[in-house]
Design a protein around this ligand. Structure first.
Ligand code: NDP
Length: 451
């Protein structure tokens, strides 16, 4: 990056940090995009004159609200709800809802910001948003989760709608939570519309939506591997997380011939040197989705596996790593361990799971590395397909949805190649995804005037 560009980025970031103090995750997500797109912006003066970058980091609307509910003991509980409507230049706001104790405004803003570029990359008409609460469903009864969801929606309903803002799931929000949220929305609005995605299979949900983020990440990884004449066949894969994204990334990687050796949750990870099988996968699905148990139990059930409490899986040698749990879960040392263990491909299923220091290590080692906004876009893309099916009141087969998903992931990969190929031929997927995602949103904003 030349001196003028560097100065531009530094000035921009100083102002952003001054205006948004204490929002470390938001600063991190913005810096990554600004570093990628600054050289592009320098070439097109109208983008600077229109102050596109200054506008794109300012959410169109931030809604924060009280969520009171009563737990099973009759005690009143108060959580905080959020919806960050970041950008609607290319379509109605779209993005998941996260229920986790760690949720803050900074995390909501970073996720909504990332979502804007990710949604643009999918080629579908969706703006960017994110929402959630510092409520954690972990350890709560179904009745408590339902009362919380109903209270949350009793405020949120006035800000969303099928042509306004269409939420979906994320960490802590799966089929059960989407069901309770949708039920309350329908009851208050007295309408049955596709206002949420990730709905149940018998009431408007798209086939393959539960699988889409994990499957899509594997399709993206396949495209990356193909650039080096490789495939999943015979490769050892480390996956973090044991939730929605991790489960289906593991299932697809396994079906594509890989040996998946790790899964994790926030308490630790399991290492199964023999690799997952269909039977073991079915056990994990039942353990996590029905019994809502902990991944530790896997090692009790399968004695060949070891459980490592309080650790992440990145020191296990592997060819391919797929972080599918949460932000900043691969730090500098983890990245170093991965490279030393022979890892040559990191495909992110989670949002921003690698710290900037870890990304630098991947880039310096010239390994295949894709940011979540490119490789996990299959989830929101399939949500977009769910919106289409709801609008035309049809339900596509799994084969039809899978075909769309394949094409979308291939298109995103192609866009990354187009904008991210360096002079030496190395593909910088971060740069490629950021520029490709940015161009469409920026031009739409410029064409729509100062709004
Ligand atoms: P789930 O809630 O289904 O699973 C999350 C998994 O990550 C759980 O195993 C959870 O463990 C673990 N985890 C959560 N927080 C932490 C933490 N702070 N430290 C360590 N482990 C943690 O969520 P999803 O699978 O849906 O989401 C995972 C990631 O993928 C997130 O980054 C999300 O934003 C991203 N994503 C999800 C999409 C989707 O369609 N669902 C789409 C695109 C991105 P525990 O049970 O202990 O909390």
């Amino acid at each position: 990056m030349d001196k003028i560009c560097r100065q531009y980025v530094d000035n921009f970031m100083s102002e952003l940090i001054r205006k948004n103090p204490g929002e470390a995750e938001f600063h991190q997500a913005v810096r990554e995009v600004v570093e990628s797109v600054a050289p592009y912006i320098m070439q097109y003066p109208y983008l600077r004159e229109q102050k596109i970058l200054e506008r794109i980091v300012e959410p169109e609307r931030v809604i924060m609200f009280r969520v009171p509910w009563v737990d099973d003991r009759g005690e009143v509980q108060i959580n905080r709800g959020y919806r960050v409507q970041m950008n609607s230049a290319i379509g109605p706001y779209k993005g998941g809802i996260r229920f986790h104790a760690s949720v803050t405004l900074s995390i909501m803003k970073f996720l909504a910001f990332e979502q804007t570029f990710k949604n643009s990359l999918t080629t579908l008409p969706m703006g960017g948003a994110k929402g959630g609460s510092d409520f954690s469903p972990r350890g709560k009864s179904d009745a408590e989760v339902m009362r919380f969801c109903q209270s949350f929606m009793t405020e949120l309903y006035r800000h969303i709608g099928q042509d306004t803002d269409v939420p979906a799931g994320d960490i802590g929000v799966g089929g059960r939570e989407v069901g309770y949220l949708f039920g309350q929305y329908k009851r208050i609005r007295d309408e049955f519309t596709g206002t949420l995605t990730g709905k149940g299979q018998y009431w408007g949900g798209s086939r393959l939506r539960p699988e889409a983020t994990g499957y899509g990440a594997c399709y993206f990884a396949q495209a990356m591997l193909a650039t080096r004449g490789k495939s999943f066949q015979g490769q050892t894969v480390c996956i973090s997380g044991a939730g929605n994204v991790a489960q289906y990334a593991a299932q697809k990687a396994m079906r594509l011939g890989a040996k998946v050796v790790t899964l994790s949750d926030s308490d630790g990870f399991i290492y199964d040197p023999e690799g997952l099988t269909e039977d073991k996968m079915n056990y994990v699905l039942e353990l996590k989705n029905i019994r809502r148990g902990r991944i530790k139990e896997y090692a009790d059930k399968y004695p060949a596996a070891q459980y490592f409490p309080g650790e992440r899986p990145w020191r296990i040698p592997c060819d391919i790593a797929m972080p599918c749990a949460t932000q900043n879960e691969i730090e500098k040392d983890d990245a170093q361990h991965l490279i030393e263990g022979g890892c040559y491909c990191v495909t992110e299923g989670a949002n921003m799971p690698s710290t900037p220091e870890a990304i630098e290590i991947f880039h310096n080692a010239k390994i295949l590395y894709s940011p979540g906004k490119a490789s996990n876009a299959g989830g929101v893309a399939t949500s977009g397909l769910e919106m289409t099916q709801n609008s035309i009141r049809q339900r596509w087969t799994a084969e039809e949805v899978d075909e769309h998903l394949h094409r979308i992931m291939a298109d995103i990969h192609q866009a990354c190649i187009k904008y991210g190929t360096e002079p030496d031929g190395y593909v910088n997927y971060v740069k490629g995804a950021n520029i490709a995602g940015f161009i469409k949103v920026a031009n739409a904003m410029a064409e729509q005037g100062v709004v």
